[in-house]
Design a protein around this ligand. Structure first.
Ligand code: TMO
Length: 312
């Protein structure tokens, strides 16, 4: 207790000399979503905020609605703004105000239709999307008739697979998996007899170390493809393009964070994870079956050299 008071007092003196007020003792509200790297990373960052003396509360939220929650300050930040899945919600929130771009991670991301490499045996023209379309029948399941099945992620991730199917006239039916785990179970089940499957996947992820595979090459993403029909090969439709192949991964924050928790905000701006670090966070949970909190603790223990400089 005495120690705590001492540190609190010295923190005031220190921050006073830097012209910063001390962070509020109210909890920083950290959102938790439904894929493993985000859960582990959010726990890692929560523990770093605690390391600098702040309080933290975790809330499970929808990964699209979170941008509105950040604008209102109900949620303080977001650690994984993926360009493909959340770029549109993030841009819309930025335009309305109340949310700030807190910088990019080092990681480069891609989220799109993906297949394990054995799928090419049944559809040798891959990764071209036109070849995929000609092979649609080999992806058929009882629920899709003679059309192919695309197994998408949970509905809160990418919102526009059906629009893309319509815009590019794809012979596919979009079926949404209930969880990330259901996507991996599908690939694992297909592996034994090398059944062709096409699912939603992303990088960085643990998947690349377990099942070599490729993303489908759709018409290249161009800004405006989601808004302006004249952008992309179909002049009458939006979403006639793939997701960005070299997407960003950003951090976002409530615009009141820098005044209410100035030290935590400074820390948030410095935090940057690489593709390899993010893939490893996912692997701890999805391959090693660790609890996310344990995975976060293990990551912090093994990576002091990475995070110590951020809190100094
Ligand atoms: C947002 N996600 C990484 C699941 O595509």
């Amino acid at each position: 207790m005495k120690l705590k008071i001492f540190f609190a007092a010295s923190a005031v003196v220190l921050s006073g000399s830097m012209g910063l007020a001390a962070d509020s003792s109210d909890p920083i509200v950290v959102p938790i979503h439904n894929w493993s790297s985000q859960i582990v990373m959010s726990n890692v960052v929560g523990k770093l905020f605690e390391e600098i003396g702040d309080n933290v509360e975790y809330v499970t939220t929808d990964s699209q609605a979170v941008y509105e929650s950040i604008r209102s300050g109900d949620v303080t930040l977001e650690m994984e703004v993926w360009e493909g899945a959340f770029g549109a919600s993030f841009r819309a929130a930025l335009e309305k105000g109340g949310i700030v771009d807190a910088g990019d991670h080092n990681a480069v991301t891609r989220e799109d239709w993906w297949y394990p490499m054995w799928t090419k045996e049944a559809c040798p023209g891959l990764p071209d999307w036109k070849a995929l379309n000609e092979c649609a029948a080999v992806f058929a399941t009882p629920e899709t008739g003679d059309k192919g099945r695309f197994l998408g992620g949970p509905v809160d991730w990418l919102k526009h697979d059906q629009e893309r199917v319509d815009a590019l006239d794809l012979n596919f039916v979009v079926v949404n998996a209930g969880s990330a785990a259901a996507l991996w179970a599908e690939v694992a089940a297909a592996e034994a007899d090398k059944k062709p499957v096409v699912i939603f996947n992303w990088t960085p992820n643990f998947v690349e170390a377990v099942w070599p595979g490729e993303f489908v090459d759709f018409p290249k993403w161009v800004d405006g493809c989601d808004k302006n029909p004249s952008v992309g090969p179909n002049p009458n439709a939006t979403y006639d393009c793939g997701n960005p192949a070299n997407g960003y991964l950003k951090k976002a924050a409530w615009d009141g964070m820098k005044d209410k928790w100035p030290s935590a905000y400074e820390l948030l701006q410095k935090i940057s994870f690489t593709n390899a670090q993010i893939a490893e966070m996912a692997k701890f949970v999805d391959v090693d079956e660790m609890e996310p909190e344990d995975a976060a603790a293990a990551w912090l223990e093994a990576n002091e050299a990475v995070w110590k400089p951020w809190i100094e």
